[in-house]
Ligand binder design. Structure first.
Ligand code: UDP
Length: 235
């Protein structure tokens, strides 16, 4: 069986890498994610990763305590910590990777250059995009939509702590309704907190489908890549 998608952007939120014991990074979770990425990359799927930073820092959460722009730059730096952890885990398992940052930090990573990123993907290297869009007041979800459009991918894989999109939080409401598929407009109109509106509209305008799935479900990354209908498809 062939993978359904040739090139994907996988968005991994910071919180999906976080353990229950309040540590920012859980190496068992990281290993589970990177093992599956290696498996799909070995099948010829080109993988770009956008990693969030919410396990370490979220700009908007500091409220009035700090200047928002500074807080957002701190959030972007947090994504670099996660990107390096993913890179380390992938390379330790033998896969070639590159980290590209939207804010230059040349001792640590390459700056983001679209044509270079495309070349890396074509050569089978996993590209991990860090620092989001490089701009405050944005999110790594929007960065995922932006890089997905730039990299001309077939799918955004939105790896989450929950297994699908619901109309309310399934942990708090046992009657929460689960969606198998949903339109971009319904996500916006129903105010579902799956992705921010900027990211959703960017995907809608560029016709990029988004598969939301639980990163901790068994083999979920592989199953999505092979076209199994798990989680929620936003299209
Ligand atoms: N951030 C930003 N611009 C971007 C991407 C991220 O300012 O383009 C900041 C923002 O403060 C955000 C933090 O980085 O709260 C972490 O990113 P995000 O909340 O998207 O991470 P996730 O929720 O996916 O872990």
């Amino acid at each position: 069986m062939e993978p359904k998608y040739k090139r994907v952007i996988m968005k991994i939120s910071g919180e999906a890498l976080c353990s229950l014991e309040n540590r920012p990074l859980d190496f068992d979770i990281i290993d589970n994610v990177t093992e599956q990425i290696i498996e799909v990359a070995a099948q010829g799927v080109e993988v770009g990763i956008i990693v969030g930073g919410g396990n370490i820092w979220r700009g908007a959460r500091v409220g009035k305590h700090m200047d928002r722009t500074t807080a957002d730059y701190m959030g972007m730096l947090a994504t670099v910590i996660n990107a390096l952890a993913l890179q380390d885990s992938l390379e330790e398992k033998g896969l070639q990777t590159r980290v590209q940052t939207a804010i230059e930090m040349r001792q640590i990573a390459e700056p983001y250059i679209r044509r270079k990123a495309m070349k890396h993907l074509e050569k089978g290297r996993v590209v991990i995009f860090a620092c989001g869009t490089g701009n405050p007041y944005f999110s790594t979800d929007t960065a995922a939509a932006l890089r997905a459009a730039e990299m001309e991918v077939d799918l955004i894989m939105l790896a989450k702590n929950v297994d699908a999109v619901y109309d309310s939080d399934p942990k708090e409401n046992p009657d929460a309704m689960r969606f198998d598929t949903i339109s971009y407009m319904d996500v916006i109109n129903k105010g579902l907190s799956v992705m921010d509106n900027t990211a959703i509209t960017l995907c809608m305008d560029n016709h990029i489908p988004i598969n939301v799935f639980g990163v901790n479900e068994k083999d979920s990354i592989r199953r999505v890549v092979y076209g199994e209908e798990i989680g929620t498809m936003i299209k």
